[in-house]
Structure formats: C-alpha cells, structure tokens
Design a protein around this ligand. Structure first.
Ligand code: SF4
Length: 265
C-alpha cells in the first residue's frame, strides 16, 4: 500500500458548537460565504453519504484503494444528531479495509457510545484525531482519548488559542501532534512561542510534530503578521519546524512501515 492519494468524504454536513474552539467554525463561515439556505447547526446527510462504495462507469471504486480518506470535515463524526446514520458509515469503513479513514473530533467523550459492536481495540484502518484548542480542553479530552481503544491516535491542537502543555499525554501511542492557528476575519492570534513549546514537548517525547498552518494572525517576536488564507499552509511549512514528518506529510511512525513495504494496517 504505497499510494498517498487523499480524498475527503463528508457523509453529513452541519454541526453544533461545543467549545471555545468552535467560535469561528469554518463550516459556519463557508456556509455563510456560499449563502447556504440551511442553518449550519442543522446536520443533514449529504449526497456523498455512500461515497466509499461508489464506482466509476468503468467499475473502479471512486476512492482508489490505498488512499487516505479525510472523513466528516464539514461536521463532527461523533455528533449526536448523526447517531442514526453512523452505523452505516462504520459498515462502509469496515468493508473498505483497503482505505484509511481519518476523522478529527471535539467529542471524544462520545466515542464509547458511538463505536460499532466489533470495534474491539480499534479498526486497523481508522485514525482518530482528538482536537484540543487550549489547556482546559486538553485537560478534559486527552485523558479520555488516551484511555480509548483506538489503533491510530493523533492530537490536533486547533485552532490554537492558548498555550498548551501536552506532556502528560505524549508517548508512543500518539502518532502525531499537529498545530494550526485560526483562519477567518475574526481569527484569534496564534503566538509562535506556543507552537515552539508544543514542538519541544513532542521532540522530548519522540512524537512526530507538524506545524500545519499559521492561521490568519501570527505573533512572532512581538510582531503581528496578517497572513492571507492562501499562504497559511505554506508559511507554516516555510518555518521548517516539523519533526518526524516524512517528505509527503506522513508521520514518521507510519512512513517507516510503508517504506518497508508493509501496509498501514
Ligand atoms: S465541532 Fe468542529 S465542525 Fe462542529 S462546530 Fe465545532 S469546529 Fe465546527
């Protein structure tokens, strides 16, 4: 399994705000921008609900075997409103064991009640990212995340709106930590020293670290930078502070297995 193509799968759209990190949620911003007639807080199934099973006219799967599928990025996979649909998604995820599914959640405290009956200690092809935006949410969510039966765990610090000490939860069960600032016109600033602090924590624990994006407002060495959306990813990359991340943006722990010719799962 050496293909690194990426896809997105949004089986439902819309979400309710749950913590401070949701204040300027990009789903709400995008809906407003495109003049959606439906409230962003109303979760509804999308037309691509069955995308993992969809085939082209030639009979090939639309989601090519081996690809990474970023799942539910216009909602939260563990949203209560979607409880009635999730079972079918788990079936598709199980059926397409040739794909890797990755979702991020601010509702890790709902995981236990949302898992399929045969989950055991986790599906091999599912990566779950626990999102924390500040120390308060890290202290609440990460103990739950650490104890959860998940084969592949990542921590997403986004939008980073305060300094965070992740040290108590960093060990070899965490495959990656990524940090992002907030986007949008009203974005709260990201202080570069917060980013460097998380990087240092990761290096000390031997956990891969990715500075994913700067956000719209970055404060570095006392100076405030306003960064357009189009440059937020590239500016973070330009900082050159990633640790343990392969050239294709894949965490070292995973890359090692792939380059040895082993499958991810
Ligand atoms: S959990 Fe995520 S998708 Fe849902 S409101 Fe918060 S930021 Fe938006």
């Amino acid at each position: 399994m050496n293909s690194f193509s990426e896809n997105s799968w949004n089986p439902w759209h819309g979400c309710t705000k749950i913590s401070d990190g949701c204040r300027y949620c990009y789903v709400y911003r995008q809906d407003e921008r495109y003049g959606s007639a439906v409230e962003s807080s109303l979760c509804r199934k999308t037309g691509s609900f069955k995308l993992p099973l969809a085939r082209t006219r030639a009979g090939e799967y639309k989601l090519a075997p081996g690809s990474m599928v970023y799942t539910c990025f216009t909602s939260d996979f563990l949203l209560q409103d979607a409880d009635i649909w999730r079972g079918e998604c788990w079936e598709m995820i199980r059926y397409r064991s040739d794909l890797r599914f990755c979702f991020f959640t601010k509702r890790i405290d709902r995981l236990e009640q949302c898992l399929p009956p045969d989950w055991g200690d986790g599906y091999d092809n599912v990566i779950i990212g626990c999102t924390v935006e500040n120390q308060d949410r890290a202290d609440y969510r990460l103990p739950i995340f650490k104890a959860a039966p998940i084969k592949h765990k990542t921590i997403i610090v986004a939008p980073m709106i305060g300094s965070v000490n992740l040290t108590p939860w960093l060990d070899d069960t965490i495959e990656e930590v990524s940090v992002s600032g907030e986007s949008g016109q009203e974005a709260r600033p990201l202080r570069y020293e917060w980013v460097l602090s998380v990087r240092r924590q990761c290096m000390e624990a031997g956990v891969s670290f990715l500075f994913h994006q700067t956000g719209a407002t970055l404060i570095k060495d006392g100076k405030t930078y306003h960064i357009p959306r189009s440059a937020q990813l590239s500016q973070a990359k330009k900082a050159g502070i990633d640790f343990g991340i392969g050239t294709e943006g894949i965490p070292a722990a995973i890359m090692k297995r792939l380059t040895k010719g082993e499958s991810y799962d």
